[in-house]
Design a protein around this ligand. Structure first.
Ligand SMILES: C[S@@+](CC[C@H](N)C(=O)[O-])C[C@H]1O[C@@H](n2cnc3c(N)ncnc32)[C@H](O)[C@@H]1O
Length: 209
């Protein structure tokens, strides 16, 4: 099989790939933090006292941010069982659910805020997840997401194997268009730059009745 011009054995789904990568993942946390800049901190101010759903929560990097910003209640969702196992050990008072962001097992209008940090790079069809985020948000609820500028998925070295997890590049304007098509109103849309190149997009979108 070839992928982006190179010979590889397999492209892993997020569930399979992150299960394999889970025990290595926390080595990347400070690097991921460094890609968010102040834009995320500004967006996260609104979570104080709120009930928050973190989509693609992984090992809980974003959940730590949510508690730092005084979220009242947090629920984390991920497709990787192993990532969730690590998150569960860190946050005892938090509900974790093994589920796909494209089909959420929650009632309509059950959260004040939905977050998705470094998630959409793994989504081929943004609208499925954005429609679900809209559905589970209360009116006036906020969706905070990031969009890493990653044209090619990294090869993750796991012992002697190289693992590539299925990934998608999303141009910033296409993410905004997809959010608007899912009926969100954009409150802020910030690009984080490094050496004159955008490295991450931080968006705060609102569900207006
Ligand atoms: C790059 S990690 C980000 C983890 C965490 N949000 C963070 O910022 O550190 C992406 C996570 O999204 C999860 N994921 C990918 N596709 C998903 C989907 N459709 N539904 C739920 N989780 C998903 C992966 O399993 C992985 O844990």
């Amino acid at each position: 099989m070839t992928y982006k011009g190179k010979k590889i054995n397999k492209i892993y789904s997020s569930a399979e790939g992150y299960d394999l990568w889970a025990s290595h993942y926390d080595k990347t946390l400070s690097f991921l933090d460094s890609l968010e800049g102040n834009a995320l901190n500004l967006a996260l101010r609104c979570v104080e006292g709120k009930k928050v759903l973190d989509l693609g929560c992984g090992t809980g990097r974003g959940i730590k941010h949510l508690y730092d910003f005084k979220a009242a209640e947090v629920c984390g969702v991920d497709v990787s069982k192993k990532m969730l196992e690590i998150a569960k050990k860190k946050f005892k008072n938090t509900e974790f659910v093994l589920a796909d962001s494209e089909k959420l097992p929650f009632e309509d209008e059950s959260f004040d805020v939905v977050t998705g940090l470094f998630l959409i790079v793994h989504l081929g069809d943004l609208r499925k997840t954005f429609d679900e985020a809209y559905r589970v948000l209360k009116n006036g609820g906020v969706f905070i997401l990031s969009n890493i500028n990653q044209r090619k998925p990294p090869k993750l070295k796991i012992y002697n194997d190289e693992v590539i997890i299925d990934s998608f590049y999303h141009m910033p304007k296409h993410v905004i268009e997809a959010l608007e098509a899912s009926f969100f109103e954009i409150e802020s849309d910030e690009l984080v730059y490094e050496d004159g190149i955008w490295i991450n997009q931080i968006i705060k979108a609102v569900k207006k009745a």
